[in-house]
Design a protein around this ligand. Structure first.
Ligand code: TYM
Length: 335
């Protein structure tokens, strides 16, 4: 059966971008029941950019787990676990570090953006980040990886690494993974600047909706979102050159599970003041219960740890044999 894998960093604060670009689609794929679904909090990735306070990292990881469950991931139906609890990820990552080329890694736009001009001072882990990500996927022989648009280049690299391993060792072992990037919200933009991605690291909280925001905060941020004075067009082409308007239409479509054109069919000719009221209604209906449920789950951290422990056991059952076969192919002596 086809196998889905995806991960989210517990680097603090889930945004509407994470929810619409990733989590909501993870839930759909889980519930379709046609794929085996494996979802991971990637705590090892979360320390590549900067040192996090250890208690903060633990808390972020639990909160992310609560977010997955509140959004609809069922830890019985999906394998839900924390990356560092399954050592096979880092074990395979080492092998893949020896397959990936420095030149490939150096071309990653996220590396260039995050290391900036001061690459001398960036961590080695930040540079190797995409090889660990490839290991996350390939240690399960995952065939499909749902992500937002910003991860596309990393998934192309994963395919290159898998193909080079297969070629170098003369095997057809690792699958060439398909990125699953689709729907209306593959790139949710900043609410105050529709040309920038919505991000948890933006200093201004008005630029994003957090999954922990309550109904009032959600409604207020939508009311204050940047727009333009023109009414909604009647076709998607009419959104050309209007990034803020387009973003709100995309968010509405993704929340309501309809196409952008269907949003315009319902709201063409409306001014944004009016449309935002409708958007806030849909957003609050869908997101406020998630933040309430997350807070409830966070009251019982021991239960979250138990769920993650069980998830890690199930993950190891799949990853262990694939690591063994990889070591055999490479020629690591086992006795
Ligand atoms: P991360 O933690 O930055 O983001 C998690 C997921 O959310 C998506 N996303 C968005 N989608 C739409 N609009 C946005 N504004 C937006 N912001 C974030 C991301 O595309 C991602 O799908 N490298 C990954 C984590 C990772 C991973 C993996 C993913 C590690 N190993 C293996 C897939 C498979 C990351 O940093 O995602």
């Amino acid at each position: 059966t086809p196998r889905v894998f995806s991960g989210i960093q517990p680097s603090g604060g889930l945004t509407l971008g994470n929810y619409l670009g990733a989590m909501k689609r993870f839930v759909t794929m889980q519930n379709e029941g046609t794929h085996e679904t494996i979802y991971c909090m990637v705590d090892l990735h979360a320390i590549t950019a900067k040192r996090l306070d250890p208690n903060e990292l633990r808390n972020n990881t639990r909160e992310l787990c609560a977010g997955f469950i509140a959004a609809g991931i069922d830890p019985e139906k999906s394998v839900l676990f924390n990356q560092s609890q399954v050592a096979e990820h880092t074990q395979l990552a080492w092998i893949l570090n020896c397959v990936a080329r420095m030149g490939w890694m150096g071309r990653m736009t996220q590396w260039k953006d995050k290391a900036g001009k001061n690459a001398e001072n960036a961590s080695l882990g930040l540079f190797a980040y995409p090889a660990l990500m490839a290991a996350d996927i390939l240690i399960y022989h995952a065939t499909h990886v749902p992500v937002g648009e910003d991860q596309k280049q990393h998934l192309e690299l994963t395919r290159d690494i898998a193909a080079k391993f297969n070629h170098d060792y003369g095997v057809e072992f690792f699958p060439i993974t398909e990125p699953v990037i689709g729907g209306a919200a593959t790139r949710v933009m900043n609410l105050q600047d529709g040309t920038k991605k919505m991000s948890k690291s933006d200093p201004s909280d008005k630029t994003r909706i957090n999954l922990t925001d309550g109904a009032d905060a959600i409604a207020k941020k939508i009311r204050k979102a940047k727009t333009d004075p023109d009414p909604l067009p009647d076709t998607v082409d009419g959104l050309e050159g209007r990034p803020d308007a387009r973003n709100l239409v995309n968010i509405y479509a993704a929340l309501a599970d309809i196409t952008q054109q269907e949003v315009l069919d319902q709201h063409a000719g409306a001014l944004f003041g009016h449309f935002k009221v409708a958007l806030a209604d849909v957003a609050v209906d869908q997101l406020a219960p998630i933040s309430t449920e997350m807070a409830r789950l966070m009251n019982d951290p021991a239960e979250i740890d138990r769920i993650l422990g069980r998830g890690a056991e199930r993950a190891r059952e799949i990853a262990g044999p694939i690591l063994d076969r990889t070591y055999d192919i490479v020629g690591m002596l086992r006795s």
